[in-house]
Design a protein around this ligand. Sequence first.
Ligand code: MG
Length: 402
Amino acid sequence: MKKRVVVLGSTGSIGRQTLDVMRANPDAFTVVGLAAGRDAQTLAQQIAEFKPQAAFCAAGTVERRVGGDTRILTGNDGITRLIGEVEADVTVVGTPGMVGAPATMAALERGQDVALANKETLIMAGDLVMRTAAANGASVLPTDSEHSAIWQCLRGEDETAVRRLILAASGGPFRTTTAQELADVSPAQALQHPTWSMGAKITIDSATLLNKGLEIIEAHWLFGLPYEKIEVVIHPQSIVHALVEFVDGAVMAQLSHPDMRLPIQHALSYPQRLPTYWGGLDFAKAPVLEFSAPDTENFPCLALARQAAETGGTAPTVLCAADEVAVELFLHGKIGFLDIPRLIAGALDGHASTPVESLDHVLSVAAETRQRVFEASAESSSSSARVVSQGKVRDGFPLSRE
Ligand code: MG
């Protein structure tokens, strides 16, 4: 039987790659629901191609006539209603930020598996998400490439035999940049990721290494291991995605081209493996695979993420929300690259963490933090901080994106 799939964030990078997997495997999957942010035109094309039962566009209008038999949902809670109205086996969450959090919880509450490509939900509300999944017999399927790699390395293994998980990081475009040069890098430079093609927010997070810090927290929730057993290694080629070391010293690694379609497909086809139409690795022509320790001095975001992780409670929410604002300000040329960790550190220092009570609690802490960081950035840019002027400034400021 075909797996029925809902794709949230269908016009974004993860969503488009998910639909590519759907397109390549029409006998394995059927798309039953689509949700997008504001790209109504692309959504309309996707509706015409995949003919889902229902679709939702948050900030654009999809004319009913393009839908055919597809129900076009509207309203603020449209994305959550989509989950409630459509019978699905798996929901792929590729929406950015916290937009997909209520829908993720709704899917898990219905007992549906969730392929979580969005990190923020797990980072801000990991305990809540994992408990909701367990209570409803649903699974959170690792879809981030590193976590998919760990998941694959752990198959058939006794998890008590794990000594440590090692997440691979490319090091981003500034791996060899000096601290002095980092102060002046532009958004355009930061958006040039050496190996992965991704959305703007995650590309900047890769450049600051915060992305890897967020992935430590993500791994903690997905695999139930303490933070001291989760490490990071710099691997510029992005061929090894993660490694698992067992108590006997054996290390398993997962290798593949840096292509998100593989982890997405693996999450959807699990426990089966399906062929892919793109080529595998050619070891006769394999590049040298390099590994080194991360530079924690030039990239303080890694340590900030660990600090938030170990504090727990609402601290990871503050980490995420502060970063969201800082990255947006950087992309708009309002602050410098090194102001990103500075704003995050300030937000964490000014926050007294409390235990996470509910998703609403998390969302209100996030909103509060965003406001606080926005104000802090305005204060410092009017006094001491240097405002970067180079790079392309996008339209739509303040703080809007897909
Ligand atoms: Mg990743």
